[in-house]
Design a protein around this ligand. Structure first.
Ligand code: TLP
Length: 340
């Protein structure tokens, strides 16, 4: 048996999703003529309480477009040091948009309004201009941690008070919503823009959607083009996204349950030093020295379980729709068998 806990990006389209893709009506989306892309964009905009949306090839591109449209060179973006835009987007904020980041430190990647407010710079010629706050919900490196709605409201208020914009990297926003019980619109209206991934927990093969005001999306379309992200008959992919939004949101609680089962078993293992209690579909844990992530992952893989290294002694497991209850049992049995 092989259980792939590397990421929720590894999912394969289901039969139903493939059928929806095959049947999709398509057109040239660079001319705005793909009816399925248009339908996906309209659906996402409405869900999150915004005017418009833009289908993008990846979450990295939709985040990068948001940074570009919301800012000017020499501006500064306030975010957690665990943020994907800082850790895993190749420093694109500097190259694509000429930005600096101000990194805040939290235990689990969840910023507070007080931290954000304290980081906003006064307006002097010699300082970067604080322009944008980016929050990641759920926070990947934070172990799939979720922003309470109240915290987002407070951060929104601070942004408004100081004239900053707010972008949500919602690569796993539906995991957050399923865990905290809020609606997409409740969260959506708090942000100036959101990037929502279809290719993670929702199980679509490709694609993210950037959501915001009509004016923001009009500019975002231009930036998507300059980044090489204008796609033609993208409706085949958008159809997978629509299918995922209609069929794969409610089931996310199963992934969360699986993550809890894995975490519970890991907490008993003598080689685990620390584990963050999972709020969604991510389990992050540290190994006891001298055991390293590299050695641990190699042993795990020999037993047919794949996971990711997130530091010299830090390991991440992600549950998703291709991880079955049997797969979880197999992973737990493997943990029990490992001796270091
Ligand atoms: N995250 C990937 C890796 O890049 C770490 C993963 O396996 O989790 N925002 C967040 C919060 C993400 O976790 C990711 C992908 C992205 C953006 C980027 O999405 P893609 O991979 O579509 O560019």
């Amino acid at each position: 048996m092989f259980v792939d806990l590397l990421s929720d990006t590894v999912t394969r389209p289901t039969e139903g999703m493939l059928r929806a893709m095959m049947k999709a009506e398509v057109g040239d989306d660079v001319f705005g003529e793909d009816p399925t892309v248009n339908a996906l964009e309209a659906k996402c905009a409405e869900m999150f309480g915004h005017e418009a949306a833009l289908f993008c090839p990846s979450g990295t591109m939709s985040n990068q477009i948001a940074l570009r449209v919301h800012t000017r060179p020499l501006d500064e973006v306030i975010c957690d040091e665990m943020s994907h835009i800082y850790q895993y987007e190749v420093g694109g904020y500097a190259v694509n948009s000429g930005l600096a980041l101000q990194l805040l430190r939290t235990p689990n990647g969840i910023l507070s309004a007080d931290l954000v407010e304290a980081a906003i710079r006064p307006r002097y010629d010699w300082l970067p201009r604080s322009a944008l706050v980016v929050v990641e919900n759920t926070c990947n490196r934070g172990g799939g941690s979720v922003y309470p709605l109240e915290t987002l409201c407070q951060i929104r208020a601070v942004c408004q008070k100081h004239g900053l914009l707010l972008h949500i990297d919602g690569a796993r926003i539906f995991n957050a919503l399923v865990a905290c019980g809020g609606t997409a619109a409740q969260v959506g209206v708090l942000a100036d823009s959101l990037s929502v991934c279809l290719s993670k927990g929702l199980g679509a093969p490709v694609g993210s959607v950037l959501i915001g005001s009509r004016a923001f999306i009009t500019e975002a379309r231009r930036v998507r083009k300059v980044m090489g992200g204008g796609m033609r008959q993208a409706g085949y992919l958008a159809a997978a996204g629509i299918y995922a939004l209609e069929h794969h949101i409610e089931r996310l609680h199963e992934d969360h349950l699986h993550a809890q089962q894995l975490a519970k078993a890991l907490a008993e293992m003598p080689w685990v030093e620390r584990i963050t209690s999972p709020e969604t579909n991510i389990v992050m844990f540290d190994l006891k020295p001298p055991l390293t992530a590299a050695i641990f992952l190699e042993k795990l893989l020999e037993h047919g379980v794949r996971a990711a290294s997130f530091g010299p002694r830090t390991v991440r497991l992600v549950t998703h729709l291709n991880v079955s209850p049997e797969g979880v049992k197999h992973a737990i049995k493997t943990f029990c068998r490992l001796r270091f």
